[in-house]
Design a protein around this ligand. Structure first.
Ligand code: BG6
Length: 442
């Protein structure tokens, strides 16, 4: 085993939604690839036993990617389970015993953020966090700037910076990485990627489903905290950053921070919030909830490259399709010759399939002088593979901080629509490009 490889994987929240949807499938995939072969200890307070957790893992895999007989059998062998509250010392005594002599355990906190501090303090107090231990924290990292700072202080009291992993699963999506590769390996692209050529940029993260039983969590978050401050800002950073000195994570991180530092904090006039009809009847949601399930917002990046190029973001639940996509429109050339030609665009689809497309004008082969839009598809492949700090997180909070909570009204919208009619106030020049999704795998 490599010197710095973990020798036990502990995941808190073992019976929860994230474990069900993402963690068990990842564990099986890692075992199959041969990159995971250490005890896996699930912790939760559900009154379950190990057999029940194994059943949960089976069901998770049946619904998310399928069972690989050999890898699943190995997962069952490696899996342990501790049932207990996160505030109870007894839970951590049992964990210490289960860890045996592990000196480099990785503790993965797939739990509601309000519990992060309690678990981290208890890990340290119980001796479950030896010098070689690491902690992996799922988003959301805090619920605003102050709580993110407080959480960071607690983490740093108990773990050194290089032993803290702040996870945003968008970082692990290959099309999000591909954006950087595409940008910095194609002179054709990078030459136009600036305020001289780009007229506007829009990002859509649309989901055609609701909150799927996560009412209690969602009602404490809303779409800005759930996916905009983190996932969409990750995508935005990759779109807007300068070339990093190298491709290592610190060089890339530094450039991302620079982008976020250049983004003006939002004001109430920069966004419209919506809530789908029926949200307040969901279990765990307050009957008078003002939490947004949709938001459209306009950002300004005050940088040399991007000044004056508006960036539009929208995200929501119960929209017409499930799709994450970026569209950047280019300025039109002088219109003296062909005034009816369209703006070129560049399109990155991040999910459910990966696509990179470039929109160009060509002449209609049947009618001289009449143009039509065509799209060159540079890349298309199914699925978005998911396998990858502090300053970045804080900058992202600084931008959304002024509009968190009930600063602006929440308008209701029909499930299956593109948000409330009032969202028209935040519309990119030339309009939103609504992703068309047909028969794509999820
Ligand atoms: C999660 C959010 O972080 O990201 C969910 O909590 C959202 O509400 C999900 O559905 C979207 O991720 P993906 O990978 O399905 O686009």
């Amino acid at each position: 085993m490599a010197e710095n490889q973990c020798d036990a994987l502990v995941f808190f929240g073992a019976t929860g939604d994230l474990a069900y949807k993402k963690i068990f499938p990842s564990l099986q995939a890692m075992i199959k690839r041969g990159t995971l072969n250490v005890p896996i200890i699930g912790v939760a307070k559900s009154g379950w036993n190990l057999e029940q957790l194994r059943e949960r893992a089976r069901s998770s895999l049946e619904h998310h990617g399928g069972i690989d007989a050999a890898a699943f059998a190995r997962l069952n062998e490696l899996l342990h389970y501790i049932d207990g509250g996160y505030e109870e010392p007894e839970t951590f005594r049992q964990l210490k015993a289960a860890l045996g002599g592990a000196s480099r355990p990785a503790h993965y906190l797939a739990i509601p953020p309000v519990l992060f501090a309690t678990v981290v303090e208890n890990l340290a107090a119980s001796g479950c966090a030896p010098a070689g231990a690491r902690v992996i924290v799922e988003k959301p990292f805090g619920s605003d700037l102050a709580s993110a700072r407080a959480l960071n202080r607690i983490l740093l009291r108990n773990f050194t910076e290089e032993r803290i992993y702040r996870i945003d699963h968008y970082l692990g999506k290959s099309p999000v990485h591909n954006m950087l590769y595409y940008r910095f390996s194609n002179s054709l692209h990078e030459a136009v990627w600036n305020r001289d050529y780009i007229a506007s940029i829009q990002l859509t993260l649309a989901e055609d489903f609701g909150i799927q039983g996560r009412g209690a969590f969602y009602d404490s978050a809303g779409v800005i905290r759930d996916v905009i401050q983190n996932h969409l800002f990750q995508v935005l950073s990759n779109l807007a950053m300068e070339p990093p000195a190298r491709t290592d994570s610190e060089s890339v991180r530094d450039e991302k921070v620079k982008v976020l530092k250049s983004v003006r904090a939002l004001g109430p006039a920069d966004l419209v919030r919506g809530q789908f009809r029926g949200y307040r009847e969901e279990s765990g949601v307050a009957p008078d909830s003002k939490v947004e399930t949709f938001a459209a917002l306009r950002l300004q990046i005050d940088s040399w490259r991007w000044e004056g190029v508006p960036v539009y973001l929208r995200a929501g639940k119960c929209l017409p399709v499930t799709c994450t996509e970026v569209v950047a429109r280019l300025r039109k050339p002088p219109s003296v010759l062909y005034p009816t030609s369209h703006q070129n665009y560049l399109r990155f689809r991040i999910g459910p399939v990966t696509e990179i497309g470039v929109g160009l004008n060509v002449m209609d082969p049947n009618e001289t002088g009449v143009g039509q839009m065509t799209e060159l598809l540079a890349s298309r492949h199914p699925g978005a593979n998911e396998r990858d700090a502090y300053e970045r997180v804080l900058e992202a909070w600084r931008i959304v901080e002024p509009v968190l909570g009930a600063v602006t009204p929440v308008y209701s919208y029909e499930p299956g629509s593109w948000g409330p009619a009032e969202a028209a106030a935040i519309t990119p020049p030339g309009g939103w490009v609504d992703p068309v999704v047909s028969g794509e795998s999820r």
